[in-house]
Every structure is written in structure tokens, then in C-alpha cells.
Write a protein that binds this ligand. Structure first.
Ligand SMILES: Cc1ncc(COP(=O)(O)O)c(C=O)c1O
Length: 423
């Protein structure tokens, strides 16, 4: 197997945003968990659609034909990205919209005594739709976050799962802590009691390859703007399940069949075109590294193989930098790094607080130096609540993306060091 050496210049050269500067230094995009930058090829593809192919579907002219071509292409690209069939993929504006839409379809099938099990690690996207159903009189249970390990409280989850549970919502990776949950194990447990599963992979999909058939989830949601694409929500649902649910849409039987049942109106064709190119970008990086990850690519071919290699390359590069960031932060007096213990599965997203400073102040200091970072709860409200941080400004968050550099990390650490020293 070839030794892995990440070509950061090859990646950065493709992102026009990486050429922008603040105060003479390139912007450090450590806000990746909130959304990534876009490669030129994605921008070009969106522009091409808008200029040369802009139309609605169903017309007897060339531009109209492109709508179907783009939509089919986006479905095929996402199928390669997630490891499923193109007829199992749907699109809307966001993951929250996809999940909310699905929750209405699910609610129509609920019977008295049916239960939903969600948990405190969720972004609001995969808990709010279910808590909304609680307001309508349905039974919704919430498995706890273990605030010590900062992982899902497995015993609590197990005690709340029973034969009445009809749906289990699961967070694959937390945007509020970086914790990665063993969803495959929990999906198996959910299936054993006859429940279906909805996995929120919005944060996970930005850092690791996904194989929906391997984890066997019924539904999975993710958002292209977290992995170099535009603002499009992608939903995977097992083919046999799509037919079982009655989604809110334009209700035209001829149009709203198969995965088009997910669409609430005219799809964002130009953004779907961007999604294709975002996935092609990942594959183009992966193509350079297939020889470095042979053991992880067995049985794969074509674009899927390159995508998986690309995600493995991103993971290898980002996790090393993230570890340096965590180690560096822990060395600064008064900085408290949260998230699971070293060695536990996690994303390259680092959350922390600093004694004597609000998280708002911390990210302002970083922002002034051209370092983009987040503060607050990032809609991981239940996590912040469980940790007693909701009314205290939540946490500061620095997240790695494949175009981030060693210098970005050094600059962030220096900024926090001098902030603490100058107190
Ligand atoms: C883990 C997680 N789930 C869901 C979402 C919401 O995704 P969307 O903005 O596409 O609704 C986010 C957005 O930050 C997220 O990080």
C-alpha cells in the first residue's frame, strides 16, 4: 500500500475562497461544521445550468430536457456517495425540511400507543420534528447524553426502546461535541423491536465515507453544503419504504412517484447540478489516493471507489490536525476542551470554553484575526442544556475541513493564547 501524503495545495487551489485574505493572511475557515466553501467546478456547474440550461421540466425544448438530466445525475451522484440506488434518493432545501416533511408522513401512520425514541445528541433537525409530534399527543421518549463520557447513554437508550417503539432517531456524529455514535449497533436493536430508523448524517457525511446498506438504516439525511456543495438537503430512504409513505407534495400522481414523492415543489435544479460536481470533486481527490487505502476499497469500483478514497483521505488529514488542535488547546490555562475522550470515535470538530471569556468574546477575537469560528449552541440545544451551558453562551467551536492548514491551527492557538495572557 502506498504511503499517504496529502496534497493540500491541490485541494486549496480549487477553492476560490482560499485566496481571500483578512489583514494580509488567508482566511482560516475553521467554521466547516456550519458549512464548507465551494470548489470552482461546483460554482461553474451552477452557472452553466443558470445560463445555458435554465428551464422547468416537461417542455419540448432542449433546456427543459436538462432538468431531468440534472435531477437523474444528482440522484446517481448521491447514490454513489451514500452506497445505495438512485431511486432511493430525494432532495429538498435542507435536511431539516426533508425530516420535517417525513415526520408528517410518519405521523399519519401512527396508532395509539406507538412510541418514538429520540436522544439528546441530536441537532434540532432530528429531534424537533419528533417533539412536535409529542405536542400532538404522541409518545416521544428522549434518550440521555452521558455528560461524563459525552456519548449517548446506552443503558438509558436501551431502557427506552421497547416493542411499542415505531421510530428511532439517531445522530451519527454530533455537531455540538464531535461525538460519533455506533449507529449500526443501535439500528440493529431498533429493527429487533420492529422500529424504523432515521439517521442524521449531516455532520458525519462531511468527514467519513457512508455506506447506508452496511449500517442498514431505513432513512438517512445529509446536506450538500457541509461537503462542498450548495444548500441542498439529501434524503435516502429504502426503496420499499418510499412507497409506504404518503408525503405532502403537489399530489400529482404522475409526477410524485418513487423518490420524487419527496419533492415539495419545483426542485432546485441549478443546485442539484452543483451537488453532482461537489461529489465529483470528492472523487477527483480520491482518485489520487486509491493506492493508499486499498484495504478500505475492496469490492468498490468507479466513482464510488474514488469517493470512498477521497473521504478516507480527508479523514486521515483532518483527524491529525484536529488532534494537534485539541492538544494545543488543553495546554492553554483556563481552556476546557469538551467532546469524547481521546481514542473514542469523533469528528475533527473541537468544542471548548475559556475561563473568564464568553464564547462570543472568544470567536470575536478569532474573527478579528481572520479565523472563522462558531459559538453558541449550533442548534444542538439538548446537548448544551444537559451540560448546563445553554444559558452561558454554549461553546466555542473550531472545525476542520479538507482545505484547512497547519497554519490555521497555529494561528487559532496563538490567538487564544494571547487572549488568555492579555486578560
Ligand atoms: C448534525 C446536524 N444535523 C442537522 C443539521 C441541519 O441541516 P440543514 O441545515 O440542512 O437543515 C445540521 C446543521 O448544522 C447539523 O450539523
Amino acid at each position: 500500500m502506498k504511503k499517504f501524503e496529502y496534497d493540500i495545495d491541490f485541494v486549496r487551489d480549487q477553492f476560490p475562497a482560499c485566496k481571500l485574505e483578512v489583514g494580509g493572511a488567508p482566511i482560516a475557515y475553521l467554521d466547516g461544521p456550519g458549512g464548507t466553501q465551494l470548489p470552482q467546478r461546483v460554482l461553474d456547474r451552477i452557472m452553466k445550468y443558470m445560463v445555458e440550461q435554465n428551464a422547468n421540466e416537461g417542455g419540448n425544448f432542449k433546456a427543459s430536457e436538462f432538468c431531468d438530466i440534472v435531477e437523474d445525475g444528482a440522484r446517481e451522484a448521491c447514490a454513489d456517495f451514500l452506497g445505495c440506488g438512485p431511486d432511493e434518493i430525494g432532495f429538498n432545501c435542507s435536511s431539516t425540511q426533508n425530516n420535517s416533511n417525513f415526520s408528517h408522513a410518519f405521523a399519519r401512520q401512527m396508532k395509539e400507543g406507538d412510541e418514538i425514541l429520540t436522544n439528546e445528541l441530536e441537532h434540532r433537525c432530528n429531534i424537533a420534528p419528533w417533539l412536535q409530534l409529542q405536542k400532538d399527543g404522541h409518545i416521544v421518549k428522549v434518550a440521555k447524553l452521558n455528560t461524563e463520557t459525552q456519548q449517548l447513554d446506552f443503558d438509558d437508550f436501551k431502557s427506552k426502546l421497547n416493542k411499542n417503539t415505531k421510530l428511532v432517531s439517531l445522530n451519527w456524529a454530533s455537531n455540538g461535541l464531535g461525538t460519533v455514535t455506533d449507529v449500526k449497533k443501535l439500528i440493529k436493536m431498533a429493527h429487533e423491536v420492529g422500529a424504523i430508523t432515521v439517521v442524521d448524517a449531516v455532520h458525519y457525511a462531511a468527514h467519513f465515507p457512508i455506506d447506508v446498506k452496511d449500517i442498514d438504516t431505513d432513512i438517512l439525511i445529509c446536506s450538500a453544503y457541509k461537503w462542498f456543495g450548495p444548500h441542498v438537503g439529501v434524503i435516502y430512504m429504502k426503496k420499499e419504504l418510499i412507497e409506504k409513505f404518503d408525503f405532502y407534495n403537489v399530489m400529482c400522481e404522475d409526477i410524485a412517484t418513487g423518490p420524487r414523492k419527496f419533492h415539495m415543489g419545483t426542485p432546485q435544479y441549478e443546485l442539484q447540478a452543483g451537488v453532482i460536481e461537489a461529489i465529483n470533486f470528492i472523487a477527483s481527490v480520491g482518485e489520487k489516493y486509491v493506492d493508499c487505502f486499498e484495504d478500505k476499497l475492496k469490492g468498490l469500483s468507479g466513482r464510488r471507489k474514488n469517493i470512498v478514497a477521497g473521504m478516507e483521505a480527508f479523514d486521515a488529514y483532518e483527524s491529525d490536525l484536529a488532534k494537534q488542535l485539541r492538544v494545543g488547546l488543553r495546554e492553554i490555562p483556563g481552556v476546557h476542551v469538551n467532546g469524547p475522550a481521546e481514542g473514542q470515535p469523533r469528528t475533527p470538530t473541537v468544542v471548548f470554553t475559556v475561563d473568564g471569556f464568553t464564547t462570543d468574546e472568544v470567536t470575536k477575537v478569532l474573527g478579528e484575526r481572520g479565523i472563522n469560528a462558531w459559538h453558541g449552541d449550533y442548534y444542538a440545544v439538548e446537548i448544551m442544556n444537559a451540560m448546563g451551558l445553554l444559558d452561558k453562551g454554549g461553546m466555542a467551536r473550531l472545525g476542520l475541513a479538507p482545505y484547512c492548514t497547519q497554519s490555521d491551527i497555529d494561528r487559532a492557538l496563538n490567538a487564544i493564547r494571547s487572549m488568555v495572557r492579555g486578560k
